[in-house]
Design a protein. Structure first.
Length: 226
């Protein structure tokens, strides 16, 4: 991203940290806020909220841990379906919350009973349609699986909000498992499938895409300063 300036450096005689470095430092302030088994248990928030959505096991919780540089803020696991509630994390320096990250349960995990699956799809859809302060959605896709049917449904659910100005980013996760040709192919297919939306490669293992994603999130949460 070269077009949108990032966080402003504080006035000081020290060399100014880059916008990306400040965005990364801002994400590191993340702390657990609350967990809600159902939508109606989620507290209303006053600040911009950024939700991480995607198929079960896509790497949402790992992505949050990587972006916030914390090992176990969000629960990541080899077992799909690990995140079963909506978990909120507060962001902001000096204990002042200026944004919230939401780790949502993954969808599409085969072993989940059908009734639970449908319930969760409804919770997700409700959240994405009704959550008032939702400023942006990060959709995580494992490019080795491509977009699943549920990803497509979710895209349709959020399309009106994206058209109304909500921010949207697709992260192709586990990019460390792709070679360069596969990565380029995955990028172009995802760009087509998301109608030209913003798509980036991400690897928690190699810390690929961390600065870019951090800057975007900072900009989403501070539109008045960008
Ligand atoms: N190689 C590699 N593995 C990753 C990466 N990100 C996540 N994983 C692995 O993928 C598995 C699932 O990661 P999670 O972060 O728990 O996935 P999730 O999307 O939160 O899953 P649910 O909570 O079930 O929806 C774990 O074994 C992670 O270690 C990555 O960038 N590279
Ligand atoms: Mg998770």
């Amino acid at each position: 991203m070269t077009s949108t300036p990032g966080p402003r450096a504080p006035a000081s005689s020290k060399p100014e940290p880059t916008a990306a470095a400040q965005a990364v430092a801002w994400l590191h302030t993340a702390r657990f806020l609350t967990t809600a088994p159902r939508l109606e248990h989620l507290p209303a928030t006053e600040v911009p909220e950024i939700a991480f959505v995607g198929r079960s096991n896509a790497g949402k919780s790992t992505c949050i841990n990587t972006l916030t540089q914390q090992k176990r803020l969000a629960f990541a696991s080899k077992t799909p379906g690990r995140t079963q509630a909506i978990n909120l994390f507060a962001l902001g320096k000096q204990g002042l919350t200026d944004a919230v990250l939401a780790d949502l349960p993954g969808y599409g995990y085969a072993a989940v009973p059908k009734a639970d699956k449908i319930r969760w799809q409804q919770v997700m859809a409700n959240y994405l349609v009704t959550r008032e302060n939702l400023a942006g959605v990060v959709m995580l896709v494992d490019p080795r699986h491509g977009l699943t049917e549920l990803d497509e449904i979710l895209l349709e659910v959020i399309r009106p909000r994206v058209e109304a100005g909500m921010k949207f980013l697709v992260l192709l996760t586990k990019a460390d498992k792709l070679n360069r040709a596969e990565a380029n192919k995955a990028l172009s297919i995802a760009r087509l499938q998301t109608a030209g939306g913003e798509v980036k490669l991400f690897s928690a293992l190699k810390k690929q895409g961390v600065e870019e994603a951090s800057l975007l999130l900072w900009n989403w949460a501070h539109p008045e300063q960008t």
